[in-house]
Each structure stands twice: as structure tokens, then as C-alpha cells.
Design a protein. Structure first.
Length: 140
């Protein structure tokens, strides 16, 4: 895992369970890889999602996603999931995420992901906690 002011990179290995009958990564698994990268980035910044829920009464939920599947990943490929925070608003974050193959640097999948901060009681948009904003401000 690598984190910098420009983004976060999570290495991922493709396992047999990630592939479909054609031997390529099943499309929904790219979304799982991206979710893991966003979660690990928060963890590196010092925020566990279960603690945000328990202590501050908020969770993050994907509210919009635009995704392009460019090339397939295959069993045993080593991948990098690269995540960049593009925009921060009061109650949402916009990420650009790309999945590339380690071996050749080829872009396999690219997505724009909007994540909303949601109050766990009302299930309505909520202000992103100030301590998280402070950490993200140092990243963007």
C-alpha cells in the first residue's frame, strides 16, 4: 500500500474465485477491488469505518459510479488499484479510481465514484466529520 498527497495505491492479486468461466475477472469484482482501496485509504489516514459509525453516527455509501471496462484482468495477475480524491464537498467525496496491471502498466478499468456521507439514524446526507476533512485536506 502506498499513500501520498496525490492518491493511494492498493496492490491486489487476482485469485481463481475472482474470475468467471472465461478465466477473466468478473465485472462486479472490479467494484470490490475499488471498495477495498477506498476503505484501506481511510484506514491509512487513521479512520476505521466501523468506528466512524459507532463514534460519529455516519457511514459512507456509493451514490453514483461511472465505470469503463477497458481490458480484462486474468487469474493470477498482480494489479494496482489507484485512488485519487478529486473533489470534497460538505457531505460527499468524488474519487477517480483506476485498476492497472503491474506487469505492463496497462489500464484495465477506470471509474469515477461519488461517495455520500450518511447519518446512520436518518439515512440522510450528513456533514463529513471535521477530523476526517482535516486529514483529507492534507491529501488533496
Amino acid at each position: 500500500m502506498a499513500s501520498s498527497a496525490s492518491g493511494f495505491t492498493l496492490p491486489v492479486r487476482v485469485y481463481y474465485e475472482d474470475t468467471d468461466s472465461g478465466g477473466v475477472v468478473y465485472h462486479a469484482n472490479y467494484l470490490k477491488f475499488m471498495e477495498r482501496a477506498r476503505t484501506e485509504w481511510l484506514r491509512v489516514l487513521g479512520f476505521e469505518q466501523d468506528r466512524l459509525e459507532a463514534d460519529q453516527g455516519v457511514v459512507f455509501a456509493v451514490s453514483r459510479m461511472e465505470i469503463d471496462f477497458i481490458r480484462p484482468a486474468r487469474f493470477n495477475d498482480a494489479l494496482y488499484v489507484q485512488s485519487y480524491l478529486q473533489r470534497q464537498r460538505r457531505a460527499s467525496l468524488l474519487f477517480r479510481q483506476e485498476i492497472v496491471r503491474e506487469q505492463d502498466g496497462g489500464l484495465l478499468c477506470a471509474a469515477t465514484v461519488q461517495v455520500a456521507c450518511v447519518d446512520t439514524v436518518k439515512f440522510r446526507p450528513a456533514r463529513i466529520p471535521p477530523n476526517l476533512i482535516s486529514r483529507l485536506t492534507n491529501v488533496v
